[in-house]
Design a protein around this ligand. Structure first.
Ligand code: ZN
Length: 504
């Protein structure tokens, strides 16, 4: 098993504020990173902003600003949102940084020298909004509209540099079929059937009509196509060495996972691996391509006026409810519903009633009968060994799920653990014990163990609530799963606890 982990999110377009979908992607990435740190890995996460292209150029013009001044302003809001959501990224990659621009130029030259880039004339159709190209056939097939956003396509004829991806059609097909993990599986079939079986065409990777981009080396008129520019952020941010073909987080000892929305699988799972292959770089281990967030009535979109602003939700509810929602109420392989009502329900049911109540009940019982000092666990009392076994098994499956990057399944194990604990309290009725005994001591110890473990398991997800839990104890917050004590006897509860307030 590798000792390092590198998790990436897409870099986002600063053409407008970020929406809930972006928050979803970054929360998933962040929880996976935080889990891996607890699991003892050297885990890092990257996110960033994709700042070049036609769309930014026109948008900044509308606002009467230079493109750079315009993106600087918007990127500040990105950083602010990630801070409010406790997104602990290690790299924030901006494609207008001099490090990135220089890197992309060097890669261009490298691929040109290797004969993978040639010049020609590009004729095609282009969606300005999605920065996506369409061939003549696709243009007619899609009724002259962008298949992603539905907008009209623009005809383009210009001198361009091309990347020889057609040579890699069979290679990438085999790579997708055999050696790469794409979650969900069906996305892989879609790419192969709808795209690779037709045969890849060489990709136009420069523009003469777009000024706001990284200049093509030794060319006065052309800039580099934004997708080619953007994909390379995964390498430039971690200081990938083009000659040595490696980086600290891009070597054989790193598990590399890219998280993205399903609409950009083509660029990530087809073109990006080909570029890596051309460079002689190692290939990623996994792509997690998640579905979209939808409302109960369908797609979220600006024109329908049903976009939910993450900042206002965090102001009202805090970050934990959102982080928890995207770990518990979502499925990667399908579009998932999101609404304020659903968020509230998930929060009240799971964080307030289940987690919060189980913790406060347990603490109160220990405080009443044992002055807040966790009483001894008597292993010989076999009557309670089944619950102990449940706790241990759920913890093991949680580890297994999360080690496979399945934060969603892992979260279900936490919920199950808390449900079992709540049921155990109801059935063993600790409040009926008026005096200390080995039995009540064991029961309360087990309840405490379960809340301690659940709080540790929640650490990658509900960053605030779990910290509040550990702050109420006289022991230090675990920074690794291996810090979990073997015995919980005598841990002192130093404070009353109320983890979450109910929301009406
Ligand atoms: Zn489009």
């Amino acid at each position: 098993m590798s000792s390092k982990k590198y998790i990436t999110t897409p870099i986002y377009y600063p053409n407008a504020s970020l929406h809930m979908g972006h928050a979803y992607t970054n929360i998933v990435a962040d929880t996976i990173k935080r889990f891996n740190l607890l699991d003892g890995k050297d885990a890092v996460m990257s996110t960033g902003s994709d700042e070049h292209g036609q769309k930014i150029q026109s948008k900044s013009k509308e606002e009467g600003e230079s493109p750079k001044a315009y993106v600087d302003k918007i990127v500040k809001n990105f950083v602010c949102l990630w801070e409010k959501l406790d997104i602990s990224y290690d790299f924030f990659n901006r494609t207008t940084s001099s490090n990135h621009e220089e890197f992309v130029g060097n890669i261009f030259t490298k691929l040109q020298n290797k004969g993978y880039i040639y010049s020609g004339t590009y004729i095609g159709y282009y969606c300005v909004s999605c920065e996506t190209h369409y061939s003549e056939e696709k243009y007619l097939e899609n009724d002259k509209k962008c298949s992603n956003c539905g907008k009209d396509l623009k005809r383009i004829e210009e001198e361009s540099y091309f990347l020889k991806v057609s040579e890699f059609n069979d290679w990438v097909k085999e790579y997708l079929e055999k050696s790469i993990d794409i979650t969900p599986e069906n996305r892989k079939k879609e790419l192969i059937n709808n795209f690779l079986n037709e045969g890849l065409r060489d990709l136009s990777i420069s523009r003469t009509s777009v000024e706001w981009g990284i200049p093509v080396p030794n060319s006065k008129e052309s800039t580099i196509y934004v997708w080619f520019d953007a994909l390379l952020n995964y390498l430039s941010g971690i200081q990938y060495d083009i000659e040595k073909k490696t980086a600290k987080y891009w070597d054989s000892d790193t598990n590399i996972v890219h998280i993205l929305g399903k609409e950009i699988t083509r660029f990530h799972c087809v073109y990006f691996p080909i570029i890596l292959k051309m460079l002689g770089a190692r290939l990623p281990d996994k792509f997690i391509a998640h579905g979209w967030l939808i409302t109960e009535k369908g797609k979220m979109s600006k024109s329908l006026g049903n976009i939910i602003d993450p900042i206002s939700v965090i102001q009202e509810y805090g970050s934990d409810p959102l982080r928890f929602y995207f770990s518990n109420n979502i499925r990667f392989n399908e579009d998932s519903k999101f609404s304020i009502d659903l968020l509230k329900e998930s929060y009240n049911t799971n964080l307030v009633n289940l987690y919060g109540n189980t913790v406060s009940r347990t603490f109160k019982m220990i405080q009443n009968l044992y002055d807040g000092k966790v009483p001894k666990y008597y292993e010989s009392l076999v009557i309670h060994s089944e619950f102990k076994k449940d706790i241990d098994e759920l913890f093991s499956s949680y580890l297994e799920n999360f080690r496979n990057d399945d934060s969603i399944e892992a979260t279900k194990k936490i919920i199950e653990l808390l449900r079992k604990t709540s049921k155990y309290i109801d059935e063993s009725k600790p409040w009926t014990f008026k005096e200390k005994s080995n039995e009540i001591s064991t029961i309360l110890n087990l309840c405490f163990q379960a809340t301690y473990l659940a709080s540790t398991m929640l650490m990658p997800i509900t960053t605030r609530g779990s910290q509040k839990y550990f702050n109420a104890l006289d022991v230090k917050t675990p920074s690794l799963f291996s810090d979990i004590p073997l015995s919980f006897d005598n841990i002192q509860i130093i404070d009353k606890i109320n983890l979450y307030d109910r929301k009406k």
